[in-house]
Design a protein around this ligand. Structure first.
Ligand code: HEC
Length: 361
């Protein structure tokens, strides 16, 4: 009788361990996307696990399933449109990636983690704001059940965090998925080296096509790099209109004068002097040539404040880049059957005339 107690305890202990392991295997919660991304011995391009089945409505109002992506390589992430912290940064990176990879044999997918708010119409507006001419980008509205299946199956964290600046916390990982629906890599969009690896991995899995060089001209660069998408939205980033020459209050409480060197540093090492009051991080544009940075600086210096208080002019929004444009006799505009459209520059006007339907909704 005396011996039976320890034996029973050992048996009970072993059974408990087995039960815990079984539950972990079943739910897969032991491996998160982050732990794979940061694993020391991370294997690139191995077959990690399959994408769970789904049937979701995209921003164009069409239902698509996992099999719609058979035979194509795709890059996926999770975002929500009302997010003020990491999503604009992730989307700016997504759009840069799309521009860097002009090949037609790749698709880009963003799943919304906000089923309540992000309807196909809301996602359509978001897609048109960030990348109006991009046909390879699909944004899916989700429902709670399928969102849970996807995040669990893909090891992505997505959690409601009421009361925080962003009411949903989620992973900033980008996934690379092959033609058979297998996740072949997970990449941290916050880590420049890892994100560059994603670009290389995509190139190795697709036929590829010659890279399109970035423009050299300030205004074209400003648009090509999505600067306006954050800087024309006061809830995301400061307006750059009257920046040069002004005093800036930094997160540290110090003041800085916004001269050329300040603007240069803001573009190359944005984390060096953060402006107070913006939880969002600006991406670093440190792969630009010094000529391109100079061009951006002189473009920013040429921007006039479009503050409505300056003069009594009415303000319109450029349908291409969403910059605010003062409606006066010198404003660039086009009259179409769908109405009158104003532009910040000849560059946006030309983009509009090439594919007006991409901008009129
Ligand atoms: C994803 C959003 C985002 C994008 C895209 C972005 N920025 Fe920013 N930028 C910010 C935020 C947020 C701040 C304020 C916080 C900080 O200083 O980092 C900022 C700050 C700045 C500042 C300092 C502004 C001030 O008031 O002192 C400059 C200059 C600037 N950005 C230029 C650019 C240029 C040029 C581009 C495009 C090449 C760009 N930004 C793209 C979000 C963005």
């Amino acid at each position: 009788m005396k011996k039976a107690v320890p034996v029973l305890l050992v048996v009970f202990f072993l059974l408990s361990v087995a039960a815990v392991l079984f539950v972990k295997m079943k739910t897969n919660t032991s491996v998160s996307a982050e732990s794979i991304v940061h694993a020391k011995d991370k294997e690139t391009l191995k077959e990690y696990f399959p994408v769970p089945e789904f049937a979701l409505v995209n921003q164009r109002g069409q239902t698509q399933t996992l099999s719609s992506f058979r035979n194509t390589v795709w890059v996926a992430n999770f975002i929500f449109t009302q997010c003020k912290t990491i999503c604009p940064l992730m989307t700016a990176k997504m759009v840069q990636l799309q521009k860097k990879l002009p090949t037609s044999d790749i698709q880009f997918v963003s799943f919304s983690v906000d089923p309540e708010h992000d309807t196909p119409e809301v996602l359509n507006t978001y897609a048109n704001k960030w990348a109006p001419e991009e046909k390879r980008w699909t944004l899916f509205s989700t429902d709670e059940k399928q969102l849970n299946q996807l995040t669990q199956g893909l090891r992505i964290t997505a959690q409601k965090t009421p009361g925080q600046i962003d009411p949903i916390m989620h992973s900033s990982v980008f996934l690379l998925i092959d033609k058979n629906g297998f996740v072949r890599g997970m990449f941290d969009s916050d880590d420049r080296k890892d994100f560059k690896r994603l670009e290389e991995a995509v190139k190795s899995m697709t036929a590829g096509s010659p890279e399109v060089p970035l423009p050299e001209n300030g205004i074209e660069l400003y648009h090509a790099l999505s600067c306006a998408n954050c800087h024309e939205d006061a809830s995301l980033a400061p307006a750059l209109g009257a920046l040069v020459g002004s005093k800036r209050e930094l997160e540290t409480g110090l003041l800085a004068t916004a001269d050329d060197a300040y603007v240069r540093e803001s573009i190359l090492v944005p984390q060096a002097k953060r402006v107070r009051g913006y939880p969002l991080q600006m991406p670093a544009y440190d792969t630009l040539t010094s000529k391109q940075v100079d061009a951006l600086i002189s473009y920013i210096s040429s921007l006039k404040s479009n503050n409505a208080a300056v003069g009594s002019a009415e303000i319109a929004s450029d349908v291409v880049c969403h910059m605010k444009v003062r409606i006066d006799s010198s404003a660039l505009k086009i009259s179409t059957d769908a109405g009158v459209f104003y532009f910040c520059s000849q560059y946006c006007l030309e983009r509009f005339t090439k594919t007006p339907h991409a901008f009129i909704h």
